[in-house]
Design a protein around this ligand. Structure first.
Ligand code: ATP
Ligand code: MG
Length: 403
């Protein structure tokens, strides 16, 4: 098969291929970008594979960065873009079901394509637009089917992350998984415990964020893979509930919302502890926790100025979208109106602060000071007190008198 016109991303990168060829080596576009062009999907990164060894690649270009040189990858900077150029390689010795313990550079494209995970990811494209398809990836692409390159069982045993990638690609590409491949994914799912949680998170997160996340999740549940993921063991029914809880066409706006939805469907009381096991950042944990907390609060009471102030408009909107997806009553304009009506959005906007109370009103540092400041903040936010010096002074003096 030959592409008549190369998409602009490839056109732009053609001089790179040509330079490598002029130096006497082979070079091809490989991996996800080739697959995505054939599927009419937007391309993100154009990866190049070459027969030149890293040092040889570096000698061809003036501006390069050693990106993952031990894995054969050199970053080339040309024409305002960056390209990852990776030497053809095999990954022969797997001892621990994850990353190869040794990569060997080879001069053959076919050897390189053989080590790739799925046939649709093992296509190469040359500078004339000719597709190199050693494993019937084009057939699979046409049938919208994910199939392991070679013997599925072995390939997942070599690197169990491929199992998660399988669920993820089924979801992002809206593909089915070929029977033997799926069977091997299920049989080898127990090896997921050997893979770093961070890498699994990335795949699971991409799955949840994809248009067809239900497909990916359903496959993951049916293959029993959840049993080997942090804090998901035994959660089959709740994971299935996540699919029925949300309206069929709903897609998540961002990761934190997706994981918050998972927390809600799984009825997790401590989201932070859950996400800590998934080794996510503190910021991410906090954001998910806020969405979940506001969601639960909103089940008990109406949104008011204080909740919008405390959680912020962004969290409130993400939360409201989840309610909408769950066919609960929503009021997006109320969030907007409450937010616009807030006298302050942050406590630093209050015209007094702790120092003022200590210096001007002689209140000593300590819990009383903190409590007073919090009262002032709440009174201002709720509209009971203007954010003005005389009014706040009067309010504090009265509060102190009442104590
Ligand atoms: P995406 O659209 O998410 O970038 P991609 O197919 O480009 O999808 P990458 O993770 O960027 O995926 O990897 C690039 C290519 O490297 C893949 O297409 C595949 O050929 C190969 N690959 C990546 N990870 C693995 C793996 N764990 N096992 C085998 N091959 C892999
Ligand atoms: Mg990619």
């Amino acid at each position: 098969m030959k592409l008549i016109t190369l998409p602009s991303e490839f056109q732009k990168a053609l001089p790179i291929l040509k330079k490598i060829k002029e130096a006497g080596y082979e070079a091809y576009f490989v991996g996800g970008s080739v697959r995505d062009v054939l599927l009419n999907r937007p391309i993100h990164d154009v990866d190049i594979a070459t027969s030149s060894y890293p040092e040889e690649t570096k000698a061809i270009f003036t501006r390069t960065v050693d990106l993952g040189i031990e894995h054969g990858t050199v970053l080339v900077l040309e024409g305002g873009s960056e390209y990852e150029i990776t030497t053809f390689r095999t990954e022969d010795v797997y001892v621990d079901y994850r990353r190869p313990s040794q990569v060997s550079f080879v001069r053959s494209l076919e050897e390189d394509l053989k080590r790739r995970d799925f046939t649709v990811n093992a296509l190469a494209l040359d500078e004339d637009g000719v597709i190199i398809d050693k494993f019937s990836g084009l057939d699979d692409l046409k049938s919208r089917r994910l199939r392991a390159v070679g013997k599925a069982q072995d390939r997942f045993e070599e690197d169990a992350l491929r199992i998660m990638r399988g669920f993820r690609f089924a979801a992002t590409l809206d593909f089915t998984v070929e029977e033997k491949t799926l069977q091997a994914m299920a049989e080898q799912a127990h090896l997921l415990t050997k893979i770093s949680v961070e890498r699994i998170f990335i795949e699971f997160d991409k799955l949840l964020m994809s248009t067809h996340w239900r497909r990916g999740l359903e496959l993951l549940v049916n293959a029993q893979a959840y049993q080997f993921l942090p804090d998901l063991a035994g959660q089959k029914n709740n994971l299935k509930k996540m699919m029925t809880d949300l309206q069929a066409t709903f897609n998540f706006t961002e990761s934190a919302q997706a994981w918050a939805s998972l927390m809600i469907s799984l009825d997790i009381s401590n989201s932070k502890a859950f996400l800590k096991k998934w080794k996510t950042s503190n910021d991410f944990q906090k954001k998910v926790d806020h969405i979940v907390s506001l969601y639960r609060l909103r089940q008990k009471q109406e949104l008011d100025k204080w909740s919008i102030y405390s959680y912020g408009k962004e969290i409130a909107l993400l939360c409201e979208e989840l309610r909408h997806a769950r066919a609960l009553e929503v009021d997006f304009s109320k969030i907007q109106a409450l937010d616009e009506a807030l006298a302050i959005h942050d406590k630093h906007e209050i015209v007094i602060n702790g120092r003022y109370l200590m210096q001007e009103l002689g209140i000593p540092a300590g819990p009383q000071l903190g409590k007073l400041l919090h009262q002032v903040e709440k009174a201002i936010v709720c509209g009971r007190l203007p954010n003005e010096l005389p009014a706040i002074r009067k309010y504090i003096i009265e509060e102190l008198r009442n104590e």
